[in-house]
Design a protein around this ligand. Structure first.
Ligand SMILES: C[S@@+](CC[C@H](N)C(=O)[O-])C[C@H]1O[C@@H](n2cnc3c(N)ncnc32)[C@H](O)[C@@H]1O
Length: 312
């Protein structure tokens, strides 16, 4: 199984070995931090900014290996949110949207806990409305705690199934984030056990759920709005194949190029999608595909009844 996976994900035998090494003998590389305000704590060590890609905004840094922010004052005071560096890469298409003429203002984060993408999106886009949704009650509590800690008190939370969003807030958003539940193969590159993550039945079950979530997400987006699909897995079935199936049924959507991620362009599909590998860049790895809708509909107001759980 590992050989098949490695052969799919890397061109040369040398690269396949590097990929497998990154999964089987992971090295600590240091997480990213999103600074939530102007403060920059001296309690932690960071890699020099010159080592970060040129597009990295000033409110993102990468910690040196071994740094643990959890006990710092900066963390307790909500000055930072720590996340895997791959999440910065997979979430970075938002920077392109922030710089464009059509900057999204009404955001739905459909799979939001523990809150990394909501914090990142809030910092990058400063939206008028952020609705952070989480289906699991326990994780919803963690999400609310993190948003509050990071001062994102203008956000609202909900605990609805994606299909409910499609019914209740049709065309209500100009950006929906689907950071999908997945087999989590990249967890191995963090040294976290994840038994069965390459098992075909686990992968297949996740792929089906991801397509359902995406189809619901599509309903929530208005004309010219965006859908950002991300995972933390390498599986073809859960990444490129899910998008292929989605695009087949949702002809008004198309995948959008993200030039600053061109080094990560997936060779496994005919549309622009991006793979992050743990043997290529810091972070555990993942997948990102930015989609845009173009149908002629306009954004509908989000019903007041969905704004009953403010974070602040
Ligand atoms: C990869 S995690 C999200 C991580 C989060 N976006 C972040 O950046 O911190 C996926 C989330 O999807 C939630 N989830 C599980 N099943 C779901 C479903 N059927 N529909 C929507 N979300 C689901 C999980 O509880 C989990 O919190």
């Amino acid at each position: 199984m590992q050989k098949t996976a490695a052969a799919l994900f890397a061109d040369s035998a040398d690269e396949q070995i590097l990929f497998l090494d990154a999964l089987l003998a992971p090295e600590e590389k240091g997480n990213a931090v999103v600074w939530t305000g102007e403060e920059r704590s001296q309690e932690l060590k960071f890699v020099p900014r010159a080592e970060l890609p040129g597009w990295t905004p000033g409110f993102i840094d990468r910690m040196a290996a071994g740094e643990k922010p959890g006990n710092t004052d900066a963390y307790k005071q909500g000055q930072l949110y720590s996340l895997d560096y791959s999440s910065v890469l997979t979430g970075s298409p938002l920077l392109q949207l922030a710089a464009g003429d059509n900057k999204p203002r009404f955001l739905l984060d459909l799979c939001a806990a523990p809150g990394g993408k909501s914090v990142l999106a809030s910092r990058i886009l400063q939206p008028e409305l952020l609705l952070s949704n989480e289906v699991e009650g326990k994780r919803l509590g963690i999400l609310r705690h993190n948003l509050k800690r990071c001062g994102i008190t203008n956000a609202f939370t909900q605990k609805l199934r994606p299909a409910d969003w499609a019914d209740l807030a049709k065309s209500g958003f100009d950006l929906c984030l689907v950071d999908a539940p997945c087999s989590g193969q990249s967890l191995l590159a963090k040294g976290t056990d994840n038994p069965g993550c390459f098992h075909p039945s686990i992968v297949k079950g996740n792929a089906r759920r991801q397509l359902r979530i995406l189809n619901s997400a599509a309903e929530t987006i208005c004309d010219s709005g965006y859908l950002l699909y991300t995972t933390c897995t390498f599986s073809l079935a859960e990444n490129e194949r899910v998008i292929e199936k989605f695009l087949r049924n949702q002809s008004e959507f198309s995948a959008v190029q993200v030039p600053h991620l061109s080094d990560h362009l997936s060779p496994l599909c005919q549309f622009p999608a991006y793979r992050v590998y743990p043997h290529v860049s810091p972070g555990a790895g993942g997948f990102s595909c930015l989609l845009q809708k173009g149908t002629g509909e306009s954004r509908e107001p989000v019903p007041e009844s969905l704004l009953n759980f403010p974070v602040g």
